[in-house]
Design a protein around this ligand. Structure first.
Ligand SMILES: [Zn+2]
Ligand SMILES: [Zn+2]
Length: 391
């Protein structure tokens, strides 16, 4: 769809969505002013805000996105029910419809069929696409979700569930905490109105900002970008270039120190048996993809002799072999530890040393592959500055 087709005409504005998206910030702002003048602010408002912010935000990112849309792991029914209830409270449609749009976004990223393609503008990708009717609503590629009784039920009663869990419940929690109208109003305003607006725009930023600003370490095939800063506001969803490249991975920030609360929730839920079969892309695939993308970026638009390509292939295969061997050696060491008790102290000591050495060898092999890749990149840089080659 071309840009011009997205310009809102009086006939194709979605009145319900538009009134909601414009109305909620106005309602939140005016009620906040009224409330603050009458009751001020204490410990209670931030507590109720953050509880509903995390519950509904994570239901979208860990639930709607990583569990339902991408099937990156399995979730037990109590967790799926929680996501269905608090996902509805985020007022972003039912999981079935949300995932239908999202799966299309991945299948057709940046193309005409992408429901929130950033190539049609930042504002369109952020909020415009929700406010304008794009013809008949298409719900497709979600048969697996339609077969889930919890999600089918949520889809049938989405607005009622959203209203009850997203507005009425925070009001009741506020009333229970303070026991008066002050608590009821505070709950509805901080846990309801204000929180809905903040979660809305945090989610929308993934479609707009995460396709506009940031780096592309893994692929330049589409507009998706990695941004640690954005991850901070979006429950870890800012590593969007990684996500578009490896959508089967339950993590978006794949390193342990990457800020990704959705990943931490999925991991910790597995300790209680609520999630299982957490899918991870192997490190060797992630790093070799990164090497290839770095190389492609460097040589873009230039004629490159085949020996450079060969050198890249050597680095990649050496790296992959290093990681495969490392996994194998670690497994062997773990196995050996199990039979530790049957060994004498001295024989175990020398055995341990041998295992550690073999592991070290693998790590050295990986480090060597990285070094060789660096040398290759340097040689390309020199080649470029000394003698630019054209096709
Ligand atoms: Zn996705
Ligand atoms: Zn995207």
């Amino acid at each position: 769809m071309a840009m011009s087709e997205h310009i809102a005409q009086p006939t194709n504005i979605n009145l319900i969505n538009s009134s909601f998206l414009i109305g909620t910030p106005i309602l939140a702002a005016t009620s906040l002013v009224y409330y603050s003048m009458n009751y001020g602010i204490s410990w209670f408002e931030p507590v109720i805000f953050f509880f509903f912010y995390f519950a509904s935000g994570l239901s979208i990112t860990a639930g709607y996105h990583r569990l339902f849309s991408h099937r990156t792991h399995k979730g037990e029914w109590p967790l799926r029910l929680f996501y269905a209830l608090f996902g509805a409270a985020a007022f972003q449609n039912s999981a079935i419809k949300w995932c239908s749009d999202h799966r299309r976004h991945h299948l057709k990223t940046d193309e005409d069929e992408d429901p929130y393609s950033v190539t049609d503008g930042f504002v369109w990708a952020h909020i415009g696409w929700v406010m304008v009717d794009q013809g008949d609503e298409i719900v497709e590629h979600v048969e697996d979700l339609q077969a889930d009784k919890i999600l089918a039920w949520q889809d049938r009663h989405i607005f009622l569930i959203g209203f009850l869990v997203g507005i009425v419940l925070p009001g009741l929690v506020g009333f229970a905490l303070l026991g008066n109208i002050h608590g009821l109003l505070g709950g509805m305003i901080y846990g309801g109105f204000l929180r809905v607006v903040v979660v809305h725009h945090a989610t929308f930023l993934i479609n707009s900002a995460a396709h506009t600003w940031g780096t592309q370490p893994y692929s330049t095939a589409n507009t998706s970008k990695d941004s640690p800063l954005l991850s901070f506001f979006t429950f870890g969803e800012g590593y969007h270039n990684f996500h578009h490249t490896f959508q089967a991975d339950y993590r978006n920030g794949h390193r342990w120190y990457h800020w990704d609360p959705s990943k931490w929730l999925i991991q910790s839920a597995s300790w209680f048996g609520l999630t299982k079969d957490l899918h991870k892309i192997p490190d060797k695939s992630i790093e070799s993809r990164r090497m290839k993308a770095t190389f492609e970026r460097k040589v873009e638009g230039q004629y490159i002799e085949s020996d450079y390509q060969e050198k890249l292939s050597d680095c990649v295969s050496q790296l992959r072999k290093g990681f495969t061997d490392l996994m194998e050696r670690r497994k062997e060491f773990k196995q050996a530890k199990k039979s530790k008790k049957q060994q004498s102290k001295s024989s175990w000591k020398s055995m341990k040393e041998a295992h550690r050495n073999r592991i070290k060898q693998c790590k050295m092999k990986i480090a060597e592959a990285r070094k060789e890749f660096k040398v290759l990149m340097e040689s390309l840089k020199e080649k470029r500055s000394n003698k630019p080659v054209s096709a």
